[in-house]
Design a protein around this ligand. Sequence first.
Ligand code: GCU
Length: 359
Amino acid sequence: MLENLLRERGLTKIWDSSEICSSDEWEKRRSEILKLLCNEEYGFLPCTPDNLSFEVLEQDNKFCAGKVTLNKVSITAQFGNKRFSFPCWTSIPNGNKKYPFFVFINFRGDIPDKYFPTEEICDNGFAILSFCYEDVTSDDNNFSDGIAGVIYGGKDRKDNDCGKISMWSWAASRVMDYAKTLSNLDLTKAFVVGHSRLGKTALLTGALDARFACAISNDSGCSGAAITRGKRGEKIKDIYNSFPYWFCANYKKYMDNEHNLPFDQHFLLAAIAPRKVYVASAKEDLWADPDSEYLSCVAASEVYEKLGFTGFVHPDRLPNVGDVFHKGNIGYHMRDGLHYLSREDWLHFIAYLKKQFKI
Ligand code: GCU
């Protein structure tokens, strides 16, 4: 059944060869895919800073009844004679271990937050490093503030120059740079997470930055996890008209013209392979289109299988509320309810990671 649905959508193949491939061959194809995604959709990321520095601004080692240390840290990137700083918060359990950790791209800096049950995450043995996306650059057409001001400095944006999603993703990688300086984190178990526009950002981050062992997108929808061809709810035309600054200028060529995209969003999921990717959907999130998010997992599975790994383990039907598919390198669940990053979503992410990484 699903094979027919994918055929009807007219998806572009990720890989022409039907044969098993080596990891070197895949890395070559993967870098072509990343170029394509940056060139046509998100824009190329800001250049690497000449220098990075970190400063702990505040510390509370009695957070969560004394179980957790919460620090506020300033991350500063130096580009020639320009500097840019943004705050990040680290919540790390107080035990004597190396903790697996989330880098969480959030809408707010608050801890805990409605999207972010800090104590429960830490009680489950995970640390969490979070930042507020608008501390990196504003969520609007202003390209003169934050990191956008450093990159563009008043210049116009053109063609494949980065949009805001790329900049938020850049910041998630800088948080990973900071994580590398901490001795109580397990760097082999780093997971990037985001919801909605920040779920799109988490997927891009996972694709571009191989230090993340899993990228988790919640309700990321259009230009995130969801297949664009044949998608219901939000289409490229809607998203580009409302949020042109999230993307590069080239993306507008595909408004009402999805069939000419030289890829579809399953390429983004596959670009994370052989590392893991997780897609979470909510039944009533029709704007994001849960069926299209699910079909993307089905289509991306091909790459894992050609590499000799388990891809997406699922039945041959569309998803239902309560489906939890945690057996493969592509993890998935669909819960009831609306567009939201709920505690229920976090508990599924945690269960998947515990199972897959033997945490
Ligand atoms: C809008 C947008 C979505 C996006 C969402 C969000 O609804 O159309 O693409 O995911 O905002 O980020 O909350």
